[in-house]
Design a binder for this molecule. Structure first.
Ligand code: PLP
Length: 463
């Protein structure tokens, strides 16, 4: 039955990268609740269900590859963030993680605000009925047209990213006869990722205005002089997939330092601080993310403590989780096409998608998990690499995974935690048709973003 069982042994430890888990999980059929959407379970049939629906039926109805998004999980996470931060703070969902009209409606209904960073995202937000005053516009190079559309719509804030942009937004707001609320994005010299952060004086990156060399203070001075801008506060975003709040502590300390400087120089206490997003989720069982209430408590304490120490009244806090809300709520369902064993190395399992629906592995060396979901298996674990169907050897979905050795074409595999930065970063490489996003809730499945068709591609190709 099995082509060749590859129980974890010393020869496999050689192939696994250092620091990686060294062996297969105790039970290949088990689903770690930490990395799967909340309603995902393995049913008595052996197949996995989401929202009560069998993945085999979902594959039949919607095809593969496809993203299945657990709507009740999404809504619960929105509520958890909103409740954790309470009425003293604002939660902005970062739309770039994944945005569609259905998502905007859910956010609206659950009381969240929304970050957008392009005219496309702004249109989606407005078209789905998000009130403009609950939208923030981001970006390091917003076009004049994007700024104009945002000001005209009446967005709640524009996060200013450069001196040129201060002038541009001020000019457009004046021309449109309005006063635009703004924040200034500053770089605080903290680079945070996962469990480590680096605090430096300077930061070498394209976003924001640096605190260290006085650019941020100069930006504040300019904005305060402009009648068509109302300065709400200071914005900082320090990284992504962060598990530890110590990077935020340094960021808050430095931002509050600027608030104090602004008070001393201009006699103004700015009413808001935004600490950005970047909070981590579990992609594998090794990851152990904090709950929203723990994060809210930590960030609240940090900001309150820093402001007290600086003799400032505590500003209104906002945060911008993207991944932490949508990431865990979806999985990608693939069908296995080929299984190729490389003797002494690993087994390559090719699925019907790849880097066109999940670029994160190729782009960031991101780690994912994967499970056989159309049935259970008692076969031995085999060290596998799940790859896509694109013309690129870097087209890897899951770099190192243990899958049952009896895996065969036609089996369904699911990769959990693909709600964020997968569909939103999907491409048409090799003229792939971007997969649909199907929302599942209480036994019902509904397409919220349909699968692309060859006609969609043909329409853009005007000969
Ligand atoms: C990307 C981004 C976010 C969201 O990041 P996540 O890692 O998805 O939480 C929030 N704020 C800003 C300014 C961003 O650029």
């Amino acid at each position: 039955m099995s082509r060749s069982a590859h129980p974890a042994g010393p020869r496999h430890a050689d192939v696994l990268p250092e620091g990686h888990y060294s062996g297969p999980p105790a039970d290949l059929n088990a689903l770690d609740p930490q990395i799967w959407a909340r309603t995902v379970v393995r049913a008595d049939t052996g197949a996995v269900t989401v929202g009560g629906l069998d993945v085999r039926d979902l594959a039949e109805e919607f095809g593969t590859p496809a993203y299945f998004l657990d709507e009740s999980d999404f809504r619960e996470r929105c509520r958890a963030w909103r409740d954790a931060f309470g009425s003293e703070a604002d939660v902005f969902y970062a739309g770039k993680a994944f945005l569609s009209r259905a998502v905007v409606r859910w956010l609206h209904e659950e009381g969240l605000n929304l970050d957008v960073c392009s005219a496309g995202e702004l249109h989606t937000a407005l078209a789905a009925g998000m009130p403009a005053d609950r939208i923030a516009l981001h970006g390091n190079n917003k076009s004049t047209s994007e700024i104009r559309q945002a000001v005209e719509a009446g967005v709640g804030r524009i996060v200013l990213d450069s001196f040129q942009e201060i002038a541009r937004v001020a000019h457009l707001a004046r021309e449109l006869g309005t006063v635009q609320k703004v924040q200034i994005r500053v770089t605080v010299g903290v680079e945070a990722h996962t469990h480590e952060f680096i605090a430096t004086a300077h930061e070498d990156q394209k976003f924001g205005l640096a605190l260290a060399d006085g650019q941020a203070a100069e930006a504040v001075r300019r904005v305060l002089q402009l009648d068509s801008l109302e300065l709400l506060g200071i914005h900082s975003h320090i990284g992504s997939q962060i598990f530890d709040t110590s990077g935020f502590e340094v960021a808050a300390h430095r931002v509050v330092g600027l608030l104090r400087q602004v008070r001393d120089e201009h006699g103004v206490e700015l009413p808001e601080i935004d600490l950005g997003g970047g909070l981590g989720i579990a992609y594998t069982s090794e990851d152990d993310p904090r709950e929203p209430h723990e994060i809210a408590k930590a960030l609240g304490d940090i900001v309150t403590g820093e402001c007290r120490a600086a003799g400032l009244s505590v500003p209104r806090l906002s945060v911008e989780p993207g991944r932490a809300i949508v990431g865990p709520t979806a999985f990608t369902l693939y069908e296995v096409g080929t299984v190729k064993e490389l003797e002494g190395l690993r087994t390559y399992v090719s699925v019907d998608g790849g880097m066109s629906d999940n670029i994160r592995t190729a782009l960031y060396d991101a780690e994912y998990s994967v499970s056989l979901v159309s049935r259970t298996s008692e076969a031995e674990p085999m060290l596998s690499r799940v790859v896509g169907k694109h013309c690129e050897s870097g087209d890897i979905v899951v770099k190192d995974a243990f899958l049952p050795a009896d895996l065969a074409p036609g089996d369904l595999l699911a990769v959990p935690a693909t709600g964020a930065y997968c569909r939103s970063m999907a491409s048409n490489y090799n003229h792939a048709l971007r997969p649909p996003v199907v929302a599942v809730r209480n036994g019902e499945a509904r397409v919220i973003v349909r699968r692309e068709t060859e006609e969609d591609l043909a329409r853009l190709d005007v000969g």
